[in-house]
Write a protein that binds this ligand. Structure first.
Ligand SMILES: NC(=O)C1=CN([C@@H]2O[C@H](COP(=O)(O)OP(=O)(O)OC[C@H]3O[C@@H](n4cnc5c(N)ncnc54)[C@H](O)[C@@H]3O)[C@@H](O)[C@H]2O)C=CC1
Ligand SMILES: O=C(O)C(=O)Cc1c[nH]c2ccccc12
Length: 369
């Protein structure tokens, strides 16, 4: 997948295994939150890290943010989390000297991230100056759903639109609130009964079993739990004409399953485009939070998705293919702009050196004369 660097981190005491994948830093430091997961094998962990980090490069490019893509996974069971594990992990991050900047992803709490930050300063989203990334991610997904409903269903309103949400975690629950406030009818599922009951009570959602969520007769299916859930088994079940959710790596196999969706006439919102809100939020926090700027960048998710739908329609390619094309174009353009800037800067330095030399020699002549 064209990665720049992949690191296997192993410490014996405490016993920790992590993989840090840096996909591309041509536009800036690689950014990507850290996920902790009890992977069945190192190979499975590596595959996840490689795909997630490439997704981060595309995510930043589609969101027009000057950073690179990376992602890290810690191979562990959530029950085995300890402060020492996170501190050892933090030391691995520190050694990269800022080539990789990370934060909170699946199975990490804000406290865990604070523990990591005791050993490294290359962590963002700890102070939660802007309220944490999840509500902003949810807002981005909401805007993406609006774009897809407008493009795919030719409707400018979500009033009465039926949406099935899989996963009611930090993002899913916030998304349900937005959808409810805008008149959508919710169908939800989660493996936690506590969460489904809460969303039922708060937003009048209809609760279904986890395996029932795919086949509902709804307009939008919103995956907000795990990756890989759009695959050869689930696609035949999906009735919704639109898929738009926050989960990373939604497609089991990108090429095969995006083509299957297109053949079935399902409008798929590429995950790394629609879920960029979290990255937009932490990036703005890092450079000094400016609400107006962050809001503008977030609303670009809507325009970028419309552009992707149009490219896909005009060129007869999948929305996933169109997004990849757009991301790669933007990366190439940004790279050449950066190189141009560098050349201008270097020639500026050369001119300054010439002037200094000239100044010194003429000063010498003057003093002699
Ligand atoms: N938090 C953020 O800002 C961002 C999150 N994402 C991605 O979005 C997804 C969700 O993120 P969060 O809400 O932060 O995570 P979370 O861990 O808070 O929520 C996930 C929810 O899914 C539920 N779940 C797990 N397995 C399930 C199943 N088989 N069926 C139904 N529900 C199930 C869990 O019980 C949990 O409530 C992840 O894939 C994450 O990588 C992507 C971009 C940014
Ligand atoms: O969109 C993703 O998958 C992210 O990792 C976004 C994100 C959330 N919190 C962070 C902290 C540091 C770098 C990226 C993120």
């Amino acid at each position: 997948m064209g990665h720049e660097q992949v690191l296997f981190c192993h410490s014996k005491n405490p016993d920790i295994k992590a993989i840090i994948a840096i996909h591309d830093t041509s536009l800036g430091s690689a950014m990507g939150a850290t996920r902790l997961w009890p992977y069945v094998s190192e190979e499975a962990a590596l595959k996840d890290a490689l795909r997630l980090s490439r997704g981060m490069t595309y995510k930043a490019a589609c969101a027009n943010i000057p950073v690179g893509g990376g992602k890290a996974v810690i191979i562990a069971h959530p029950k085995d989390k300890t402060d020492e594990l996170f501190r050892a992990y933090g030391r691995f991050i520190e050694r990269l000297n800022g080539r990789f900047i990370t934060g909170q992803d699946v199975n990490l709490t804000p406290e865990d991230v604070r523990t990591i930050s005791q050993e490294t300063s290359y962590v963002v989203g700890v102070e939660e100056k802007s309220g944490g990334p999840a509500p902003v991610t949810a807002l981005g997904v909401f805007l993406g759903i609006q774009a897809a409903v407008e493009f795919g269903l030719l409707s400018e309103s979500l009033q009465g639109v039926k949406v099935a949400v899989q996963g009611l975690g930090n993002v899913g629950k916030n998304l349900c609130q937005q959808l409810h406030e805008n008149g959508a009818k919710l169908f939800v599922t989660d493996i936690s009964k506590e969460k489904t009951e809460e969303v039922k009570r708060l937003f009048g959602a209809t609760v279904v079993e986890p395996d029932e969520i795919y086949s509902l007769n709804v307009e939008v299916f919103s995956p907000c739990a795990l990756g890989g859930i759009i695959n050869s088994e689930t696609i035949p079940l999906i009735q919704a004409p639109i898929i738009a959710g926050c989960a990373n790596n939604q497609l089991g196999e990108e090429k095969i399953h995006s083509q299957m969706l297109a053949k079935k006439g399902i409008l798929y919102c590429p995950d790394y485009v629609i879920n960029a809100g979290g990255l937009i939020n932490v990036y703005n926090e890092m450079i000094g939070y400016n609400e107006e700027k962050a809001f503008q960048q977030l609303h670009n998710i809507y325009d970028t998705l419309i552009e992707i739908f149009e490219i896909a329609q005009q060129q007869g390619v999948t929305t996933n293919g169109a997004a990849k094309q757009l991301a790669e174009q933007r990366i190439m353009m940004a790279r050449s702009l950066k190189n141009q800037q560098k050349r201008i800067q270097e020639s500026g330095v050369r001119i300054q050196e010439e002037l200094l030399r000239w100044g010194a020699s003429s000063a010498g002549r003057l003093s002699v004369g």
